[in-house]
Design a protein around this ligand. Structure first.
Ligand SMILES: O=P(O)(O)OC[C@H]1O[C@H](OP(=O)(O)OP(=O)(O)O)[C@H](O)[C@@H]1O
Ligand SMILES: O=C(O)c1cc(=O)[nH]c(=O)[nH]1
Length: 184
């Protein structure tokens, strides 16, 4: 039987890789764009994402919650939470706002109280790694302990090096070679 990871790779190749002229979050230009939102919000792909990410992070001890910078990370964290319950592996999820909320409780990290809790920062696609590092900054302010950064698709440009140089473990489920793409 085809694995969840293989099924997800086929869906990404068929439905989430777009060719053209794109400007990325970092301001860099690229000739392809991987639109993981198209799949993380799709009923066929979301459960696969949950399974693949659980396989990726399942061996990291003591993690109670997963989440990242809104909005790419949000459906990834939800998929992990829901597929985790189905497997008996329990994770809560959280959302890191790009800026603190300017009313209500003024929070930047929404969800459970993470003070003293071990978390994995997740991401749908990572290019420079700037987004998970921004999430980490906010998470440290609320007292969370960062166990690792885990992303679905790594663009090798160069998130891994940047995140590791800041002292965090970096894992990814799918690389460019799996998708038949070259780094840019
Ligand atoms: O590795 P980086 O250089 O940070 O780039 C990758 C980020 O870009 C995308 O989000 P985007 O900034 O487009 O925002 P969105 O999630 O709100 O759509 C993606 O979801 C990652 O979060
Ligand atoms: O670097 C980015 O902004 C980026 C690249 C990509 O392929 N997909 C995405 O959602 N963001």
């Amino acid at each position: 039987m085809t694995s969840a990871r293989e099924q997800l790779i086929e869906l990404i190749k068929d439905e989430a890789v777009f060719h053209g002229d794109f400007t990325l979050t970092s301001g860099k230009k690229a000739t392809y764009y991987i639109d993981m939102r198209k799949l993380s919000l799709d009923h066929r792909a979301a459960p696969l994402i949950g399974q693949v990410m659980l396989d990726l992070i399942g061996d990291i001890d003591g993690v109670v919650a997963v989440g990242g910078l809104t909005m790419g990370a949000d459906p990834i964290a939800s998929a992990i939470m829901h597929q985790g319950v189905a497997r008996g592996e329990v994770y809560d999820s959280f959302v890191v706002r790009k800026e603190p909320k300017d009313h209500g409780r003024g929070r930047q990290v929404e969800g459970p109280d993470l003070n003293g809790k071990r978390v994995v920062v997740v991401e749908d696609t990572s290019t420079t790694g700037g987004s998970p590092l921004k999430a980490i900054e906010a998470l440290k302010k609320v007292g969370a302990e960062i166990a690792a950064v885990a992303v679905v698709v790594d663009r090798q440009a160069p998130a891994k090096e940047r995140i590791e140089s800041e002292g965090y473990e970096y894992r990814f489920a799918i690389g460019l070679e799996d998708l038949g793409l070259s780094p840019q």
